[in-house]
Design a protein around this ligand. Structure first.
Ligand code: PMP
Ligand code: GLU
Length: 397
């Protein structure tokens, strides 16, 4: 069968592919430690799940407005106002079926054939695919490896052309854990505004931050409104509240653009699942309690980050990395393991999975083949065991 040119270059998500393979090998009886998963290993807090159950029991099982129930949009706007320090208009908030969906809406509404979108590298695996599905083209911009790959306006200048229509920033970054300071965000936002670009700020890991306790990673929302330009903020419940399977993400943009996102949803998915909206409503309406949960998860993430960083330095000194400041990933430089048989990150990760039973995501999925990503969203014991296995494999030869 001949497929549409819409999907001519489409590749399935490599992050999902590796975790699916890890699960499959495990179900076949292999002893696999899965460090590929891009989701918190915690359960959704029970009181959040219970709100969905109560919603189902009270008949909240029908279609809702496509952009989400107004109560949830208002609760999210209230949360974003607390991040921004400035009032966020709830009509600019559109609830989607996951942050991925919000990114799709943005690309579809803002880009098209002939447009270029600047994507900072290493990038989250789905950005180039989403841009290509909107029939625009990604232009990759890498920052300095020694500065955790953070890009500067100078890096962007080199990639900018008259076709450039947008810029995607991810902070805290998946896969590096890099975080832009507010000053850096301001410089980049001003750069994008001067060129009338759409600035897509993916802040889905904002709350998973290892700065001062109780704080979140700097947000574009903290910039004065006039400095933000055409900004679309992407966020959701998946990472902060351990709600990946519920599929609740959102965007916040100018109202006019938000209406376009709702129109796209009205012809594609309609509303996000109504019980999931009830769960998210409970989380965003009880911010103090929700942030206590975030605080507890962050405590575990900080402990695990320190554990892994120390073990990597002690046992796997040949892998350099930059200590993450947020999210839950280490991006390890594994190119010292390349040889005639293992010529890239896919080969190295397959070899490690086969020989040591440790699943990692090849850096090629994030646009840098010299690296591999490990997630530390798993128990301390498994993290220790995984590094022990890697160390034994590498010291064996
Ligand atoms: N952006 C980034 C950077 C991510 O890592 C993810 C993880 N899947 C998403 C967006 C999408 O999140 P969601 O699961 O809510 O669609
Ligand atoms: N964002 C996660 C990851 O990077 C989840 C998987 C996905 O949606 O690609 O692994």
């Amino acid at each position: 069968m001949e497929f549409s040119s819409n999907i001519a270059s489409l590749q399935p998500s490599a992050t999902i592919a590796v975790s699916t393979l890890a699960k499959q090998l495990r179900s076949e009886g292999r002893d696999i430690i899965d460090l590929s998963a891009g989701e918190p290993d915690f359960d959704t807090p029970a009181w959040i799940s219970e709100a969905a159950v109560s919603g189902i029991e009270s008949g909240k099982t029908r279609y809702t407005p496509v952009a989400g129930i107004p109560e949830l949009r208002k609760a999210v706007a209230n949360y974003l106002s607390s991040v921004s320090g400035d009032e966020v208009d709830w009509e600019g908030v559109v609830i989607s079926s996951g942050a991925k969906h919000a990114l799709f809406n943005t690309a579809f509404a803002c880009f098209g054939p002939g447009d270029e979108v600047l994507v900072t590298t290493p990038y989250w695996v789905s950005y180039p695919e989403i841009i290509s599905l909107s029939r625009a083209e990604s232009v990759f911009v890498s920052g300095n490896e020694n500065d955790n790959f953070l890009v500067t306006p100078k890096d962007l200048d080199d990639a900018y052309t008259e076709k450039t229509k947008g810029l995607i920033l991810c902070s805290p970054c998946n896969p590096t854990g890099g975080v832009y300071s507010l000053e850096q965000l301001e410089e980049l936002a001003c750069w994008a505004k001067e060129r009338e670009l759409v600035l897509i700020a993916d802040e889905i890991y904002r709350e998973i931050y290892f700065g001062a306790s109780g704080s979140h990673a700097p947000s574009v929302l903290e910039l004065p409104r006039e400095k933000r330009g055409n900004c679309v903020l992407i966020d959701g419940a998946s990472k902060s509240f351990a709600m990946t399977g519920w599929r609740i993400g959102f965007s916040y943009s100018e109202n006019e653009l938000a209406k376009k996102f709702a129109s796209i949803q009205s012809h594609s998915t309609s509303n996000p699942a109504s019980p999931s909206q009830m769960a998210a409503l409970s989380a965003f309406s009880n911010l103090e309690r929700a942030m206590e949960e975030v605080g507890m998860m962050n405590k575990a993430f900080v402990r695990r980050k320190d554990l892994v960083a120390n073990l990597l330095r002690e046992r796997l000194g040949q892998f350099s990395f930059v200590e993450p400041e947020g999210a839950f990933y280490f991006f390890l430089k594994i190119d010292s393991l390349f040889n005639d048989d293992r010529t890239g990150s896919v080969d190295v990760c397959s070899w490690i999975l086969q020989e040591a039973g440790v699943a990692m995501v090849p850096g090629s999925a994030f646009g840098d083949d010299r690296f591999a990503r490990i997630s530390f969203a798993t128990s301390d014991d498994l993290l220790e065991e995984a590094i022990e296995r890697l160390s034994s494999l590498l010291h064996e030869g």
